[in-house]
Design a protein around this ligand. Sequence first.
Ligand SMILES: [Zn+2]
Length: 77
Amino acid sequence: MSEINPSVKMFEPYPVGDLVVYITGPERGSVIESDCRWELTTTLSSCDCCTFRWYSRRDPSYKCRHILALRQVLGLK
Ligand SMILES: [Zn+2]
């Protein structure tokens, strides 16, 4: 876990583009679309969204924009 940005606080809103990311655990967060009240549970390698569920069947390493936003907030890129 040492690679994760130590200045990131839990449960603080971090805007990434049109998404807002809340960190809820060491490798997980809640991602909210700014135009939608839907809250997604996202980890470094999985996400609740339909896009991830669809594409990850063909590509197990697929990362949707919610995963990428979480990684960006955590400083993992
Ligand atoms: Zn997603």
